[in-house]
Design a protein around this ligand. Structure first.
Ligand code: NAP
Length: 316
Protein backbone atom coordinates (compact mmCIF):
# COMPACT_ATOMS: atom_id res chain seq x y z
CA UNK A 1 0.00 0.00 0.00
CA UNK A 2 1.20 3.49 -0.83
CA UNK A 3 1.98 5.16 2.52
CA UNK A 4 1.65 8.56 0.87
CA UNK A 5 -1.60 10.52 0.72
CA UNK A 6 -3.03 10.74 -2.78
CA UNK A 7 -3.90 14.09 -4.34
CA UNK A 8 -6.23 13.76 -7.35
CA UNK A 9 -5.39 16.50 -9.85
CA UNK A 10 -7.89 17.57 -12.51
CA UNK A 11 -6.46 19.40 -15.51
CA UNK A 12 -3.23 17.47 -14.90
CA UNK A 13 -2.01 17.80 -18.48
CA UNK A 14 -2.72 21.55 -18.46
CA UNK A 15 -1.24 24.68 -16.93
CA UNK A 16 -2.54 24.75 -13.35
CA UNK A 17 -2.86 21.02 -12.74
CA UNK A 18 0.41 20.28 -14.53
CA UNK A 19 2.31 22.60 -12.20
CA UNK A 20 0.82 20.82 -9.19
CA UNK A 21 1.64 17.36 -10.55
CA UNK A 22 5.26 18.40 -11.12
CA UNK A 23 5.49 20.04 -7.69
CA UNK A 24 4.28 16.87 -5.96
CA UNK A 25 6.60 14.62 -7.98
CA UNK A 26 9.59 16.89 -7.30
CA UNK A 27 8.89 16.76 -3.56
CA UNK A 28 10.14 13.17 -3.37
CA UNK A 29 10.27 12.97 0.40
CA UNK A 30 6.98 14.83 0.81
CA UNK A 31 3.72 13.38 2.12
CA UNK A 32 1.84 13.17 -1.17
CA UNK A 33 1.47 10.92 -4.19
CA UNK A 34 -0.26 12.26 -7.27
CA UNK A 35 -3.15 10.89 -9.30
CA UNK A 36 -3.28 12.77 -12.59
CA UNK A 37 -6.65 12.97 -14.34
CA UNK A 38 -6.86 13.11 -18.12
CA UNK A 39 -9.49 12.29 -20.74
CA UNK A 40 -6.87 10.49 -22.82
CA UNK A 41 -4.18 8.43 -21.13
CA UNK A 42 -2.51 7.76 -24.48
CA UNK A 43 -1.74 11.44 -25.21
CA UNK A 44 1.89 12.55 -25.13
CA UNK A 45 1.18 14.83 -22.16
CA UNK A 46 -0.46 12.04 -20.15
CA UNK A 47 2.31 9.58 -20.98
CA UNK A 48 4.92 12.10 -19.89
CA UNK A 49 3.20 12.41 -16.50
CA UNK A 50 3.10 8.63 -16.13
CA UNK A 51 6.77 8.38 -17.08
CA UNK A 52 7.60 10.99 -14.44
CA UNK A 53 5.91 8.86 -11.76
CA UNK A 54 2.29 9.97 -11.63
CA UNK A 55 -0.62 7.54 -11.44
CA UNK A 56 -2.72 8.44 -14.48
CA UNK A 57 -6.48 7.87 -14.50
CA UNK A 58 -9.14 8.72 -17.07
CA UNK A 59 -12.16 10.91 -16.29
CA UNK A 60 -14.17 13.60 -18.03
CA UNK A 61 -15.72 16.25 -15.80
CA UNK A 62 -19.01 15.55 -17.56
CA UNK A 63 -19.03 12.00 -16.14
CA UNK A 64 -19.79 12.05 -12.41
CA UNK A 65 -19.15 8.33 -11.93
CA UNK A 66 -15.70 8.67 -13.47
CA UNK A 67 -14.97 11.79 -11.39
CA UNK A 68 -15.97 9.85 -8.26
CA UNK A 69 -13.73 6.95 -9.19
CA UNK A 70 -10.84 9.35 -9.70
CA UNK A 71 -11.29 10.59 -6.13
CA UNK A 72 -11.75 7.20 -4.42
CA UNK A 73 -9.16 6.58 -1.75
CA UNK A 74 -7.60 10.01 -2.18
CA UNK A 75 -6.74 12.46 0.60
CA UNK A 76 -7.39 15.55 -1.48
CA UNK A 77 -8.19 16.94 -4.91
CA UNK A 78 -7.26 19.94 -7.02
CA UNK A 79 -10.43 21.04 -8.78
CA UNK A 80 -10.38 23.34 -11.81
CA UNK A 81 -12.73 24.01 -14.73
CA UNK A 82 -11.89 24.96 -18.30
CA UNK A 83 -13.91 27.96 -19.47
CA UNK A 84 -11.83 28.68 -22.55
CA UNK A 85 -12.39 25.15 -23.90
CA UNK A 86 -16.16 25.76 -24.27
CA UNK A 87 -17.04 29.38 -23.23
CA UNK A 88 -19.93 28.15 -21.06
CA UNK A 89 -20.28 29.39 -17.48
CA UNK A 90 -23.22 26.99 -17.05
CA UNK A 91 -20.93 24.10 -17.90
CA UNK A 92 -18.35 25.32 -15.38
CA UNK A 93 -21.09 25.40 -12.75
CA UNK A 94 -22.21 21.86 -13.60
CA UNK A 95 -18.64 20.53 -13.54
CA UNK A 96 -17.84 22.24 -10.23
CA UNK A 97 -21.02 20.80 -8.73
CA UNK A 98 -19.97 17.35 -9.94
CA UNK A 99 -16.52 17.67 -8.32
CA UNK A 100 -17.95 18.98 -5.04
CA UNK A 101 -20.45 16.12 -4.80
CA UNK A 102 -17.85 13.53 -5.70
CA UNK A 103 -15.43 14.99 -3.12
CA UNK A 104 -18.06 14.61 -0.42
CA UNK A 105 -18.90 11.06 -1.52
CA UNK A 106 -15.20 10.13 -1.43
CA UNK A 107 -14.76 11.70 2.02
CA UNK A 108 -11.88 13.91 0.89
CA UNK A 109 -10.06 15.71 3.67
CA UNK A 110 -8.91 18.69 1.58
CA UNK A 111 -9.98 20.20 -1.73
CA UNK A 112 -8.31 23.15 -3.43
CA UNK A 113 -10.87 24.78 -5.71
CA UNK A 114 -9.40 27.06 -8.39
CA UNK A 115 -11.80 29.96 -8.27
CA UNK A 116 -12.12 33.65 -9.10
CA UNK A 117 -14.26 36.53 -7.82
CA UNK A 118 -18.00 36.58 -8.49
CA UNK A 119 -17.86 40.15 -9.81
CA UNK A 120 -21.61 40.58 -9.30
CA UNK A 121 -20.80 41.11 -5.60
CA UNK A 122 -19.15 44.39 -6.67
CA UNK A 123 -21.39 45.29 -9.59
CA UNK A 124 -25.05 44.26 -9.86
CA UNK A 125 -26.42 43.17 -13.22
CA UNK A 126 -28.33 46.44 -13.71
CA UNK A 127 -25.14 48.48 -13.24
CA UNK A 128 -24.61 50.34 -16.54
CA UNK A 129 -20.81 50.59 -16.21
CA UNK A 130 -20.37 47.35 -18.13
CA UNK A 131 -22.73 45.19 -20.18
CA UNK A 132 -24.40 42.11 -18.76
CA UNK A 133 -23.28 39.04 -20.71
CA UNK A 134 -24.97 35.70 -21.36
CA UNK A 135 -28.08 36.84 -19.49
CA UNK A 136 -26.82 36.83 -15.93
CA UNK A 137 -23.11 37.55 -15.76
CA UNK A 138 -20.78 40.53 -15.80
CA UNK A 139 -17.57 38.50 -16.24
CA UNK A 140 -18.84 35.00 -17.12
CA UNK A 141 -15.58 33.10 -16.55
CA UNK A 142 -15.11 34.77 -13.15
CA UNK A 143 -18.70 34.84 -11.93
CA UNK A 144 -19.43 31.15 -12.50
CA UNK A 145 -16.31 30.12 -10.59
CA UNK A 146 -17.19 32.43 -7.70
CA UNK A 147 -20.80 31.20 -7.72
CA UNK A 148 -19.53 27.62 -7.63
CA UNK A 149 -17.72 28.26 -4.30
CA UNK A 150 -21.07 27.55 -2.65
CA UNK A 151 -21.19 23.99 -4.00
CA UNK A 152 -18.04 23.16 -2.06
CA UNK A 153 -19.38 24.86 1.09
CA UNK A 154 -22.70 23.04 0.75
CA UNK A 155 -20.92 19.73 0.28
CA UNK A 156 -19.23 20.22 3.63
CA UNK A 157 -15.83 19.36 2.15
CA UNK A 158 -12.82 21.11 3.73
CA UNK A 159 -11.98 23.44 0.86
CA UNK A 160 -9.40 26.13 0.20
CA UNK A 161 -10.67 28.68 -2.31
CA UNK A 162 -7.67 29.57 -4.49
CA UNK A 163 -7.97 32.94 -6.23
CA UNK A 164 -5.63 32.68 -9.21
CA UNK A 165 -4.16 35.52 -11.27
CA UNK A 166 -3.55 36.40 -14.93
CA UNK A 167 -0.95 33.98 -16.34
CA UNK A 168 2.04 35.75 -17.88
CA UNK A 169 2.05 32.66 -20.13
CA UNK A 170 -0.92 34.30 -21.90
CA UNK A 171 1.73 36.40 -23.66
CA UNK A 172 2.90 33.17 -25.32
CA UNK A 173 -0.26 31.06 -25.68
CA UNK A 174 -3.26 33.38 -25.58
CA UNK A 175 -2.36 36.15 -28.01
CA UNK A 176 -1.73 38.67 -25.22
CA UNK A 177 1.85 39.48 -26.22
CA UNK A 178 3.09 42.72 -27.82
CA UNK A 179 2.22 43.39 -31.47
CA UNK A 180 3.75 45.89 -33.89
CA UNK A 181 1.70 49.13 -34.05
CA UNK A 182 1.25 51.42 -37.05
CA UNK A 183 4.76 52.86 -36.66
CA UNK A 184 6.32 49.41 -36.14
CA UNK A 185 6.89 49.86 -32.39
CA UNK A 186 5.70 46.92 -30.31
CA UNK A 187 2.52 47.66 -28.36
CA UNK A 188 1.35 45.78 -25.27
CA UNK A 189 -2.41 46.12 -24.93
CA UNK A 190 -3.71 46.25 -21.37
CA UNK A 191 -7.00 48.13 -20.86
CA UNK A 192 -6.41 48.97 -17.22
CA UNK A 193 -5.02 52.52 -17.26
CA UNK A 194 -2.53 52.98 -14.43
CA UNK A 195 -4.03 50.17 -12.33
CA UNK A 196 -1.92 47.17 -11.40
CA UNK A 197 -2.47 43.70 -12.85
CA UNK A 198 -1.62 40.85 -10.47
CA UNK A 199 0.13 38.26 -12.63
CA UNK A 200 1.77 34.90 -12.13
CA UNK A 201 3.78 32.26 -13.95
CA UNK A 202 1.25 29.50 -14.64
CA UNK A 203 3.68 26.92 -13.23
CA UNK A 204 3.66 28.76 -9.90
CA UNK A 205 -0.09 28.26 -9.44
CA UNK A 206 0.39 24.52 -8.99
CA UNK A 207 3.40 25.11 -6.74
CA UNK A 208 1.30 27.38 -4.52
CA UNK A 209 -1.47 24.76 -4.48
CA UNK A 210 1.13 22.23 -3.36
CA UNK A 211 2.04 24.59 -0.51
CA UNK A 212 -1.63 24.78 0.44
CA UNK A 213 -2.00 20.99 0.56
CA UNK A 214 1.15 20.84 2.72
CA UNK A 215 -0.31 23.36 5.16
CA UNK A 216 -3.50 21.25 5.25
CA UNK A 217 -6.32 21.86 7.72
CA UNK A 218 -5.00 25.31 8.66
CA UNK A 219 -6.11 26.59 5.24
CA UNK A 220 -9.39 24.65 4.89
CA UNK A 221 -12.35 27.00 4.65
CA UNK A 222 -10.03 29.89 3.77
CA UNK A 223 -9.70 31.94 0.59
CA UNK A 224 -6.10 32.31 -0.58
CA UNK A 225 -5.18 34.65 -3.43
CA UNK A 226 -1.89 34.27 -5.24
CA UNK A 227 0.27 36.40 -7.55
CA UNK A 228 3.94 36.65 -8.48
CA UNK A 229 3.90 40.44 -8.87
CA UNK A 230 1.44 43.32 -9.29
CA UNK A 231 2.42 45.55 -12.23
CA UNK A 232 0.86 48.33 -14.30
CA UNK A 233 0.75 48.02 -18.08
CA UNK A 234 3.51 50.63 -18.29
CA UNK A 235 5.69 48.66 -15.86
CA UNK A 236 5.09 45.47 -17.85
CA UNK A 237 6.08 47.32 -21.02
CA UNK A 238 9.36 48.42 -19.40
CA UNK A 239 10.13 44.85 -18.33
CA UNK A 240 9.25 43.56 -21.82
CA UNK A 241 11.48 46.19 -23.43
CA UNK A 242 14.38 45.05 -21.27
CA UNK A 243 13.80 41.34 -21.85
CA UNK A 244 13.10 41.52 -25.60
CA UNK A 245 15.76 44.13 -26.39
CA UNK A 246 13.13 46.04 -28.40
CA UNK A 247 11.00 48.98 -27.36
CA UNK A 248 7.56 47.96 -26.11
CA UNK A 249 4.99 50.59 -25.19
CA UNK A 250 1.83 50.12 -23.17
CA UNK A 251 -1.34 50.66 -25.20
CA UNK A 252 -4.17 51.56 -22.87
CA UNK A 253 -7.32 51.03 -24.93
CA UNK A 254 -10.59 51.67 -23.07
CA UNK A 255 -12.42 48.49 -22.00
CA UNK A 256 -15.37 49.37 -24.25
CA UNK A 257 -13.01 49.32 -27.24
CA UNK A 258 -11.42 46.04 -26.08
CA UNK A 259 -14.89 44.46 -25.77
CA UNK A 260 -15.41 45.17 -29.47
CA UNK A 261 -12.17 43.54 -30.67
CA UNK A 262 -14.27 40.71 -32.06
CA UNK A 263 -12.30 37.61 -31.04
CA UNK A 264 -14.24 34.98 -29.06
CA UNK A 265 -14.48 36.08 -25.45
CA UNK A 266 -13.38 39.70 -26.10
CA UNK A 267 -16.47 41.04 -24.29
CA UNK A 268 -15.83 38.79 -21.27
CA UNK A 269 -12.16 39.85 -21.13
CA UNK A 270 -13.03 43.54 -21.64
CA UNK A 271 -15.34 43.33 -18.63
CA UNK A 272 -12.69 41.40 -16.69
CA UNK A 273 -10.02 44.06 -17.25
CA UNK A 274 -12.50 46.80 -16.35
CA UNK A 275 -13.39 44.97 -13.13
CA UNK A 276 -9.71 44.61 -12.25
CA UNK A 277 -9.16 48.31 -13.01
CA UNK A 278 -12.25 49.72 -11.28
CA UNK A 279 -11.94 47.57 -8.14
CA UNK A 280 -8.16 47.45 -8.20
CA UNK A 281 -7.56 47.89 -4.48
CA UNK A 282 -9.78 44.92 -3.58
CA UNK A 283 -8.47 42.82 -6.44
CA UNK A 284 -4.82 43.36 -5.54
CA UNK A 285 -5.37 43.09 -1.77
CA UNK A 286 -6.82 39.62 -2.29
CA UNK A 287 -3.55 38.44 -3.89
CA UNK A 288 -0.59 38.90 -1.57
CA UNK A 289 2.78 38.24 -3.22
CA UNK A 290 4.42 37.67 0.17
CA UNK A 291 1.86 35.06 1.15
CA UNK A 292 2.22 33.39 -2.25
CA UNK A 293 5.98 33.19 -1.70
CA UNK A 294 5.48 31.66 1.73
CA UNK A 295 3.46 28.89 0.05
CA UNK A 296 5.91 28.59 -2.85
CA UNK A 297 9.47 29.77 -2.15
CA UNK A 298 10.33 29.43 -5.86
CA UNK A 299 7.68 32.04 -6.82
CA UNK A 300 8.83 34.03 -9.86
CA UNK A 301 8.37 37.74 -10.49
CA UNK A 302 7.74 39.06 -14.01
CA UNK A 303 11.42 39.73 -14.78
CA UNK A 304 12.36 36.21 -13.73
CA UNK A 305 9.54 34.73 -15.80
CA UNK A 306 10.64 36.84 -18.79
CA UNK A 307 14.25 35.75 -18.30
CA UNK A 308 13.18 32.16 -18.89
CA UNK A 309 10.37 32.73 -21.40
CA UNK A 310 10.79 35.98 -23.38
CA UNK A 311 12.17 34.13 -26.41
CA UNK A 312 8.92 32.14 -26.62
CA UNK A 313 6.69 35.23 -26.98
CA UNK A 314 5.53 35.48 -30.62
CA UNK A 315 6.06 39.03 -31.90
CA UNK A 316 4.54 39.04 -35.39
N1 NAP B 1 -5.27 32.16 -18.61
C1 NAP B 1 -5.31 32.84 -17.49
O1 NAP B 1 -4.66 33.90 -17.33
C2 NAP B 1 -6.13 32.35 -16.34
C3 NAP B 1 -6.00 33.00 -15.12
C4 NAP B 1 -6.75 32.54 -14.04
C5 NAP B 1 -7.64 31.49 -14.21
N2 NAP B 1 -7.75 30.88 -15.44
C6 NAP B 1 -8.70 29.78 -15.57
O2 NAP B 1 -7.97 28.58 -15.73
C7 NAP B 1 -8.88 27.60 -16.20
C8 NAP B 1 -8.14 26.62 -17.09
O3 NAP B 1 -7.07 26.02 -16.39
P1 NAP B 1 -5.73 25.67 -17.16
O4 NAP B 1 -5.21 26.93 -17.80
O5 NAP B 1 -4.87 24.93 -16.23
O6 NAP B 1 -6.28 24.75 -18.32
P2 NAP B 1 -5.48 24.14 -19.57
O7 NAP B 1 -4.02 24.40 -19.48
O8 NAP B 1 -6.21 24.57 -20.77
O9 NAP B 1 -5.63 22.59 -19.32
C9 NAP B 1 -6.79 21.99 -19.37
C10 NAP B 1 -6.56 20.50 -19.18
O10 NAP B 1 -7.73 19.99 -18.59
C11 NAP B 1 -8.16 18.86 -19.25
N3 NAP B 1 -9.60 18.94 -19.56
C12 NAP B 1 -10.21 19.78 -20.43
N4 NAP B 1 -11.53 19.54 -20.45
C13 NAP B 1 -11.75 18.53 -19.58
C14 NAP B 1 -12.89 17.81 -19.17
N5 NAP B 1 -14.12 18.07 -19.68
N6 NAP B 1 -12.76 16.84 -18.25
C15 NAP B 1 -11.55 16.54 -17.72
N7 NAP B 1 -10.41 17.17 -18.09
C16 NAP B 1 -10.53 18.15 -19.01
C17 NAP B 1 -7.32 18.71 -20.51
O11 NAP B 1 -6.58 17.55 -20.35
P3 NAP B 1 -6.80 16.21 -21.25
O12 NAP B 1 -6.91 16.68 -22.67
O13 NAP B 1 -5.54 15.47 -20.94
O14 NAP B 1 -8.04 15.58 -20.74
C18 NAP B 1 -6.36 19.89 -20.51
O15 NAP B 1 -5.00 19.55 -20.64
C19 NAP B 1 -9.97 28.36 -16.96
O16 NAP B 1 -11.24 28.11 -16.41
C20 NAP B 1 -9.58 29.83 -16.80
O17 NAP B 1 -10.69 30.67 -16.62
C21 NAP B 1 -7.00 31.27 -16.48
Amino acid sequence: MNPKKIITVFGATGAQGGGLVRAILEDRDGPFAVRAVTRDASSNAARALAAAGAEVVVADLGDEAAVSRAMQGAHGAYCVTFFWAHFSPERELAEARTMARAARAAGLEHVVWSTLEDTRRWMSLDDPRMPTLMGRYKVPHFDAKGEADQFFRDAGVPTTFLLTSFYWDNLIHFGSGPRAGADGTLEFVLPMGAAKLPGIAAEDIGRCAHGIFRRGAELAGRTVGIAGEHLTGAEMAVALTRALGREVRHLDVPPEVYRGFGFPGADDLGNMFQFKRDFNADFCAARSVERSRSLNPRLQDFAQWLGANAARIPLD
